[in-house]
Design a protein around this ligand. Structure first.
Ligand code: IPM
Ligand code: MG
Length: 360
């Protein structure tokens, strides 16, 4: 198989984790006789420094023309004072919108051998957050104004019926395929967008084709609590953009570290964007201590969702699980307890990548 992949290393720890993922990609390419043509693209703070904007039209075009996009992370203290419209994150939002990546898939899977690292000592749960990614408050009208000597700001949240329907379909199809229950998360006791959301999700639940799926509605505040109280109740969580942003960070800690969690952002076709859910972590950038697993598992998701290369995806995932089983740990996964820590072999970002690669 031949594919063109746009690679965005981004800022902070982005470059070092993506380099590990690329090593693995090259190993897979060789082992399974594929051809992956990589095109490196600037986006985020590094693009502001080089081109004055977080994403140039030319680079956007390169992503649009690719078969898939692999992304590290964007942002950092250095650009904290850049005006909102030109911040590194704007490049990411523009990519999501222009590539029409409306479905963000964020799996949370607990590995038994990482139970100690989870602050809640969760030993079992395996659910997927399906987050709407191109609508809602992120993409509504934003304003910041001063009237007299009073400053005022607003962010408008709008959801159209078709935007909710298409994400609902993704979630229900996924639940059906994976035999999982669905929880739709909203704030329908306060928000009109949520009232519409709930009506549409309930219409799906009533359809014949989804008849066998167990379905419930949940308010977002309760969902935040239930994720801590009883996370194994969840199969698929489908929710709007901002709720999904917040709940997915919360969910990632159940696994022990946000460094473990991959994500896929999908559209109607096969073009997707794949990135770890963690940020650019500028405080640890360049120190070879970041956890590359989120990026490596994102690559596995690319093989599965964009290219239908299931064996290759499993090969990568098994290599990651085996490495964890064999007690290799990056700093974020090391136990605080000194005695317990003796059981594990602490490795840096590059070494972690090499060990995973050796198991493919
Ligand atoms: C995420 C991130 C982004 C978001 C930021 C960087 C704009 O937090 O992918 O979850 O809020 O969507
Ligand atoms: Mg987030």
């Amino acid at each position: 198989m031949e594919k063109n992949i746009a690679v965005i290393k981004g800022d902070g720890i982005g470059p070092e984790i993506i380099e590990r993922a690329i090593d693995i990609l090259k190993k897979i390419e060789k082992k399974y006789s594929h051809k992956f043509n990589l095109e490196y693209v600037d986006m985020g703070g590094c693009s502001i420094d080089k081109h004055g904007v977080p994403l140039t039209d030319e680079n956007l075009e390169k992503c649009l023309k690719s078969d898939s996009v692999l992304l590290g992370s964007v942002g950092g203290y250095k650009w904290d004072n850049v005006e909102t419209e030109n911040r590194p994150e704007r490049g990411l939002l523009k990519l999501r919108k222009e590539l029409n990546l409306y479905a963000n898939i964020r799996p949370t899977k607990i590995l038994k051998s990482l139970e100690y690292a989870s602050p809640l000592k969760v030993s079992e749960c395996d659910f997927i957050i399906v987050r709407e990614l191109t609508g809602g408050i992120y993409f509504g009208k934003h304003s910041f104004e001063t009237a007299g000597n009073m400053r005022q700001a607003s962010d408008i949240m709008v959801y159209r019926e078709d935007e909710i329907k298409r994400i609902g379909k993704v979630a229900f199809d996924m639940a059906k395929k994976n035999k999982k229950n669905i929880t739709s998360v909203d704030k329908a006791n306060v928000l009109y967008t949520s009232k519409l959301w709930r009506e549409i999700m309930n219409d799906f639940a009533k359809k014949d084709e989804y008849e066998e799926i167990e379905y419930n509605d949940m308010y977002v505040d309760n969902a935040a609590m239930q994720l801590i109280a009883n996370p194994s109740q969840f199969g698929i969580i489908v929710t709007e953009n901002m709720f999904g942003d917040i709940l997915s960070d919360e969910a990632s800690m159940l696994t022990g570290s946000i460094g473990m969690s991959p994500s896929a952002s999908l559209s109607d076709g096969s073009l997707g964007m794949y990135e770890p859910i963690h940020g650019s972590a500028p405080d640890i950038a360049g120190k070879d201590i970041a956890n590359p697993i989120g990026a490596i598992l994102s690559l596995a998701m690319m093989f599965r969702y964009s290219f239908n290369l299931f064996e290759e995806a499993e090969d990568i995932e098994n290599a990651v699980y085996k490495t964890i089983e064999e007690n290799y740990r990056t700093a974020d996964l090391m136990p605080k307890d000194k005695e317990l820590a003796n059981k594990y072999q602490k490795v840096g970002c590059a070494e972690m990548g090499d060990i995973i690669m050796s198991k493919i």
